[in-house]
Design a protein around this ligand. Structure first.
Ligand SMILES: *Cc1c(COP(=O)(O)O)cnc(C)c1O
Length: 383
């Protein structure tokens, strides 16, 4: 193969990270916590407009802390979007709680308010309401939060927004991750900005986040000796990695524009192909377009998403199926699942028909043209 590999989503450094890392080295602040952590937290809190933010070692850790803060315990139920990465639901298992999966709806690919309502009606019948609901905003697209929040308010269930993929996205003018009780972000290497590994939990509930800081640093009581009254975790972000985060945050808006531009070029070039429809942008929302995704409707072409992904791979281009729904995962075989309606599971359809395309903010135009040409060729061959 004579082309270098084009990846799905890779880190894109700004060059400003080095300054903050250097500062950490010069002051020998090579530890968790420290000035970079504090400034990174303040930066994120002010960017999304919340009272407070706590930097942690991963997005997964942030979800785990959110569940702990909502007092999710062994035997409790937690509702979660099914069409997502496994990290959305693993922390439910850490707590010994039971995930219940909720299907997508086709406008946003995110949690179906209809399935959610049915699941809650069922929970009422069974006499056990969930302790929390984890709503994922997939690939930068906001879920239908107004509808979901209205339902959750009715039953008084707190929402955790898994905004790992949607930092910088807006829902009716409000930043993704700031509408629920807690929001979480991820700075894993593939996300829109990265600290190589890291996460953040945000909220307007300052007391709760104070407790998050406490739990994330081994739950150490204030005493001159090491004293502990509750179980804690070692989840804080290192001061060096937070330096990377500060340098990344300065260019977040640029990264969003770049990813949106990539989306627009793909859409312009490919939306005329038979059966191809791109993920929409829900009215009154703004997506960071973390990944460009589309579906191929089998009614219009014999070409399947699997065929396309395979042939792109042969050309050294990394495309991926959309997340395999969690209710289909062997790990969650025993868990309850509520499809959008009795006749169809939207997430199953999206999984079968969906394709994620290379969307890195540093994907150059020539490389993107190569991806586009490969896709066009493949469709031509199968018409
Ligand atoms: C990446 C991701 C996470 C987990 O974040 P980490 O920082 O990798 O732990 C959680 N949920 C979703 C939807 C993600 O895409």
């Amino acid at each position: 193969m004579n082309h270098t590999r084009i990846h799905l989503s890779i880190p894109h450094m700004s060059g400003k990270e080095q300054k903050y890392i250097k500062e950490a080295f010069e002051t020998n602040w090579i530890a968790p916590l420290g000035p970079n952590v504090e400034m990174f937290e303040k930066g994120i809190a002010s960017y999304v407009g919340v009272e407070d933010a706590v930097a942690v070692s991963s997005g997964t850790a942030a979800i785990h802390l959110a569940l702990e803060l909502l007092n999710v315990k062994r035997g409790d139920k937690v509702f979660c979007s099914t069409l997502t990465f496994v990290a959305s639901a693993n922390p439910i298992l850490y707590q010994g709680a039971e995930p219940v999966f909720i299907d997508s709806e086709s406008d946003t690919w995110n949690m179906s308010p209809i399935a959610l309502e049915r699941a809650l009606e069922n929970a009422v019948k069974e006499g056990v309401l969930p302790k929390a609901i984890i709503v994922v905003h997939l690939y930068g697209q906001s879920a239908k939060m107004e509808e979901i929040m209205a339902i959750c308010n009715k039953y008084k269930i707190p929402i955790i927004e898994d905004s790992a993929e949607s930092l910088g996205s807006l829902y009716k003018g409000k930043p993704s991750g700031t509408l629920g009780e807690f929001g979480i972000y991820s700075f894993n290497g593939n996300k829109i900005i990265t600290t190589s590994g890291g996460g953040m939990i945000v909220s307007n509930n300052k007391d709760a986040l104070k407790k998050a800081r406490f739990l994330a640093t081994q739950a150490r009581d204030s005493a001159p000796h090491y004293q502990h009254s509750s179980m804690g975790y070692n989840y804080r972000l290192s001061n060096i990695l937070a330096g990377v985060g500060r340098g990344q945050l300065e260019v977040l808006d640029k990264r969003i524009s770049a990813r949106r531009k990539i989306f627009n070029i793909y859409k312009e070039e490919l939306s005329g192909l038979p059966g191809v429809s791109f993920m929409k942008e829900l009215e009154n929302t703004f997506s960071n377009r973390w990944l460009t995704t589309f579906t191929i409707d089998p009614e219009f072409t014999p070409l399947t998403s699997q065929d396309l992904i395979k042939s792109l791979d042969n050309e050294n281009i990394e495309a991926r199926p959309v997340w395999k729904p969690l209710h289909l995962q062997p790990l969650f075989q025993q868990c309850n699942y509520f499809p959008h309606n009795d006749k169809e599971s939207i997430s199953d359809k999206l999984f079968n028909a969906g394709v994620c395309l290379p969307s890195s903010s540093n994907l150059d135009y020539e490389s993107q043209k190569r991806v586009i040409q490969c896709i066009k060729n493949k469709f031509k061959l199968r018409k």
